[in-house]
Ligand binder design. Sequence first.
Ligand SMILES: NC(=O)c1ccc[n+]([C@@H]2O[C@H](COP(=O)([O-])OP(=O)(O)OC[C@H]3O[C@@H](n4cnc5c(N)ncnc54)[C@H](O)[C@@H]3O)[C@@H](O)[C@H]2O)c1
Length: 292
Amino acid sequence: MSVADDLHPVLHAGRVALVTGAASGIGRAAALEFAKQGLKVAIADVAAEPLHALGVVLAKLVGEANVLVVPTDVAQIEEVVRLRDRVYEAWGEVAVLMNNAGIGNLGTSWDGIENWRKVFDVNLFGIVNVQQTFVPSMIHQENPALVINTGSKQGITNPPGNAAYNASKAAVKSLTEGLAHELRVKANCNVTAHLFIPGWTFTGLTGAGKATEKPAGAWSAEDTVLYMLDKVRAGEFYILVPDNETKRELDQLRIMWGAADIAEGRPALSRWHPNYKALYEEYIREGLAQLE
Ligand SMILES: NC(=O)c1ccc[n+]([C@@H]2O[C@H](COP(=O)([O-])OP(=O)(O)OC[C@H]3O[C@@H](n4cnc5c(N)ncnc54)[C@H](O)[C@@H]3O)[C@@H](O)[C@H]2O)c1
């Protein structure tokens, strides 16, 4: 996979990318890719040490003057305001705002209240804080710009196991759809929004800290980022990324099945309900045969 070297109005040398959660995984890979493409890169993360280490690598790619390292907790609005001031003072614009910081702390339906709060503070309010702080300035820029919010398939199909994470990512889907609409109907607005939905990607969140080798089913963070950038260039809103285990057709069928739970009045999460197992499996088998 590669990103074509075309004349995209936003993704090109000299413009400014800001990535939150940039110290690891997908955010780190995105920051590196933006630097390779010659964009100025601002990186933010709570993990200051790996963030500074990445800053050194980025400076080698794009020059020290074109890198800003700003340790930031996106859950704290004052830190986000400080981040905006640093970036606008340095470069006067943000062309690509990548809301990527996220955590997966476990919170089930009646357990883990503290984790629920942490997960929502980062995954949802982190994005709300950044959007509220940056988007008004981005709207006033003359150049086109884009916001990429990182959701999750778990926020769409809601698999049992981590209700807190799923609910936070469902909220990210909802708020990003709302943002896209609000930007679209605003007069003379040159900003677009995109919902980035990674597949299974080998990162800190999914065990890269412990395992040394990428599982065969997962994509690398670099592959996920390159796929995402291709779709952003193509102007897509929903950027549904496959992996080596789940191809797009299967994701499509899973999403349609979940929507049909509501439309057809089936029990919640019928995909995991024993009475619907055979029906679900048949639906997938037949659906794949038709789509392929
Ligand atoms: N890896 C996957 O398979 C996968 C799948 C779907 C969605 N995602 C999403 O992709 C995004 C990136 O995750 P990743 O897999 O690269 O994980 P990761 O753990 O490797 O990276 C996440 C980064 O976010 C940072 N972070 C956490 N809390 C923060 C805060 N309050 N302020 C600023 N930074 C903070 C962490 O320090 C870390 O560097 C997340 O939003 C995650 O939910 C990942």
